[in-house]
Ligand binder design. Structure first.
Ligand code: SF4
Ligand code: SF4
Length: 263
């Protein structure tokens, strides 16, 4: 029986998550023996036509062509997994969702009429069904290997959706918020990085996106207590996973006044 085929696709993104796959140097040869890499333009220009058994998609949907391509990709892949903050949450380019994209287009490009773009940057799951979403900016290589291994074994990936705080406790890191009053998004951020930032004495800034249970109304008063004003809280929430943490039009409590957050 021939090995299952793997295809890797890119929409609007920086290529960092695809690089994570290439970074699996020690495991890549073993992996290459278990799956046939049929489409991975970052690694090879040799492309086999679909259908594919497993498709990994990096990047968000920001153009009409992306919206068309992702439907084609979905139709070609038996199992579709999105990798990274762009594909799972719209990425940092979703900051356009809070602004006037036409103004950007006019200001940035000399010939804006040549640029076709959508007003929003949306995750793949807003357009097609997705079998699994792997978070991170970029993704963690251990979690990526777990996703591919689980696919080969025919089971669900063992990627818990608990918060970075769990990872802090597990590695014995002293909480930077409790010990030093450092603002930290760890309580609402998906684990996966091994709680790197608190281990080096700084707060988490949420690059893995929302965990399985987010309670911003409980966290925001702590961030304000630790010195962030309304603008700082907004800026902390609106980075790589802006529209996942603080979607336009939803009241997440980020604009709470001093009176409202005072215990
Ligand atoms: S340092 Fe941050 S992530 Fe770690 S336990 Fe404290 S609040 Fe949670
Ligand atoms: S910002 Fe948070 S999720 Fe990202 S690497 Fe640092 S601790 Fe991990």
């Amino acid at each position: 029986m021939s090995a299952p085929t793997l295809a890797v696709f890119k929409l609007a993104s920086c290529d960092g998550c695809q690089l994570t796959l290439l970074d699996c140097e020690d495991e890549l040869l073993t992996l290459a023996g278990r799956v046939r890499i049929a489409h991975f333009l970052e690694a090879s220009s040799a492309v086999e036509p679909g259908p594919y058994d497993l498709g990994l998609v990096e990047g968000s949907v920001t153009t009409p062509d992306d919206a068309r391509r992702i439907r084609e990709i979905r139709a070609q892949c038996r199992v579709l997994v999105t990798i990274g903050a762009c594909a799972t949450a719209g990425g940092i380019q979703a900051l356009r969702d809070f602004a006037d994209v036409e103004e950007f287009r006019r200001t940035v490009y000399a010939r804006p009429e040549y640029v076709e773009t959508l007003a929003t940057s949306t995750p793949v799951s807003a357009h097609v069904d997705v079998d699994f979403e792997l978070r991170g900016c970029p993704i963690d290589r251990g979690q990526l290997l777990e996703v591919v291994t689980a696919f080969l074994a025919g089971r669900r990936p063992d990627v818990p959706n608990h918060s970075v705080c769990f990872a802090c406790k597990r590695r014995g890191t002293v909480c930077v918020t409790v010990a030093h009053g450092t603002p930290c998004l760890g309580p609402v951020t998906h684990a996966g990085c091994g709680a790197i930032c608190p281990a080096f004495g700084r707060g988490c800034y949420g690059c893995f996106g929302p965990s399985g249970s987010v309670n911003l109304p409980a966290l925001i008063p702590l961030l304000r207590r630790d010195g962030l004003d309304e603008r700082d809280v907004r800026r902390l929430l609106r980075t790589f996973n802006a529209t996942a943490f603080d979607p336009p039009g939803r009241d997440t409590g980020a604009d709470a006044t001093d009176e409202e957050v005072r215990p």
